[in-house]
Design a protein around this ligand. Structure first.
Ligand code: EPU
Length: 464
């Protein structure tokens, strides 16, 4: 298992380019199941989650190939396979995105029900409600969703739940509704740019979806769907993560290839905190201020602050002057990063769906553990800004959703080394010395023998 050794306190200067959006890529790849012929997708990031979904699609009889120019080419077959197995789905819950396309195209689907998740309770009741409204018969048996429909019929569907709408649920219902006889309307549809990207992809194939980007969608079903070429939108979460990195580490960072219209709430929050942000076309230039101001933020459905940057904002606000309150209205339990940030000196208290942060100016390096994708990003940003060295364990979470993040950051001045998670690779600076323990009257010989700390690998060590 890999971990990062990060030497903090180095300003970021230069240009980084944002990759294609993971959360647009996954439902669009799944939606390629509905097309006749060969779909060509550009801008699909090279991520573990993309590899996992490619395996799911292959297991459903689809040919998936990455070409030398980076394009992902997906060819449907007449295959009638419809099983998305537990072994694949358990690795990535977004595999559930094949449910709507399979039901629409093949008339049946058997998809493992996604299980627990580190960011909180994530049911799929709204997905199933929408599909049932279109006429699907759905049962849950031995951990699988069995869905069947000899014909789907257009319906009026309300897709809102206690926490707002559902992003992948809207994608699933859209992919089934384009096969339904007559007209379907969806109210409280998710408005996220990733859903709009999927809708545009389906419309280019021949579907008739109106209202994309609003909570009211109108779908005229039953049109022929022919495969197309499509370019995925830039990853707004990666863009926001990089902008926050610039604000935390200091320096002047240019983030290229983003769509600023997808980032209004993030840009506004950063500017309110005192971060200099200049937008020119598809580039944001981020200039870190001398002092960051505190701010209350709430993660909300689009166009609000995304829940996927809540952890990164918490890391940033822990360095601001004053008290900040961060609330997550989408995943009210998504706070696994807090105890780890506290190991780096952050002063944070959890209150229900909020965290109350007393800014401390500077974080200090420590050994921390990543619990999920965005928590890993928050810890990495904290480590970049911290005094001293940090170790971040379980960075496989990061590899699921950020394309070459450590290489991108190293190119602009960061010092991140990926190494095997072995005691021998721990930096000397994180070891407590006998001199430090003596004033506390702790005899280190009473404790179990510490791991053998050796010198940290140099930056030229091979990156695995
Ligand atoms: N919800 C229900 N019932 C449902 C579906 C969702 O109650 O049937 C609740 C969820 O528990 C949550 C809220 O509704 O409280 C929103 O969940 P949503 O369904 O929108 O989330 P998702 O589609 O499973 C996508 C992203 C997540 C992102 C959320 C929210 C993908 C592949 N995943 O998940 O991304 O956090 O939308 O914006 O698009 C990430 O990239 O790190 C990530 C977790």
């Amino acid at each position: 298992m890999d971990m990062f050794v990060v030497r903090g306190g180095r300003p970021l200067r230069g240009r980084v380019t944002v990759s294609g959006a993971k959360n647009a890529a996954l439902p669009i790849m799944a939606a390629a199941l509905v097309a006749n012929g060969t779909t060509v997708l550009r801008g699909i990031p090279d991520l573990v989650d993309v590899t996992t979904l490619s395996s799911v699609l292959r297991s459903l009889g689809m040919n998936v190939e990455r070409k030398a120019d980076g394009a992902l080419v997906l060819t449907t077959s007449d295959d009638q396979r419809c099983l998305a197995d537990y072994e694949l789905v358990r690795r990535m819950r977004a595999s559930v995105c094949v449910l709507g396309p399979l039901l629409g195209r093949r008339g049946r689907a058997c998809v493992s029900l996604p299980g627990g998740c580190n960011i909180g309770h994530r049911p799929i009741d709204l997905h199933l409600k929408g599909l049932r409204a279109l006429g699907a018969q759905i049962t849950i048996d031995r951990g699988y969703v069995f869905a069947r429909a000899d014909r789907l019929v257009g319906a009026d569907i309300y897709l809102g739940g206690s926490f707002g709408s559902t992003v992948t649920g809207t994608c699933n219902v859209l992919c089934a509704a384009i096969f339904a006889e007559g007209v379907t309307t969806i109210s409280a549809a998710a408005c996220e740019p990733e859903v709009v990207d999927l809708g545009r992809f389906l419309n280019a194939m021949g579907a008739r979806i109106e209202g994309l980007g609003t909570p009211h969608l109108r779908i005229e079903g039953g049109h022929e769907l022919n495969a197309v070429e499509h370019t995925i939108i830039p990853d707004r979460i990666e863009a926001a993560t990089l902008m926050i990195a610039g604000a935390m580490a200091g320096g002047r960072l240019q983030v290229d290839g983003l769509d600023p219209s997808h980032l209004s709430a993030v840009i506004d929050a950063l500017r309110t905190m005192g971060v200099g942000i200049e937008i020119t076309g598809r580039t944001a230039t981020v200039v870190a201020p001398e002092r960051l101001r505190s701010l209350d933020i709430t993660a909300l459905p689009y166009p609000g602050i995304p829940t996927d940057v809540q952890a990164q904002f918490t890391a940033l606000l822990s360095m601001a002057e004053g008290i900040s309150v961060v609330t997550d209205k989408i995943f009210p339990d998504r706070f696994m990063h807090i105890p780890e940030l506290m190991r780096m000196g952050a002063n944070v208290r959890r209150e229900g769906a909020s965290s109350i942060i007393g800014g401390i100016g500077t974080l200090t390096g420590a050994c921390v553990m990543a619990s999920d994708l965005r928590a890993s990003a928050a810890l990495l940003l904290a480590a970049l800004a911290a005094d001293g060295e940090s170790v971040i364990r379980r960075v496989y979470h990061l590899d699921r959703g950020y394309e070459q993040l450590e290489q991108k950051l190293n190119q602009v001045g960061a010092d991140i080394v990926r190494v095997d998670d072995l005691p021998e690779t721990m930096p000397v600076s994180l070891q407590l010395s006998d001199e430090e323990l003596r004033p506390l009257a702790i005899d280190s010989s009473d404790s179990p023998p510490p791991p053998k700390f050796l010198k940290r690998p140099t930056k030229s060590a091979p990156v695995t």
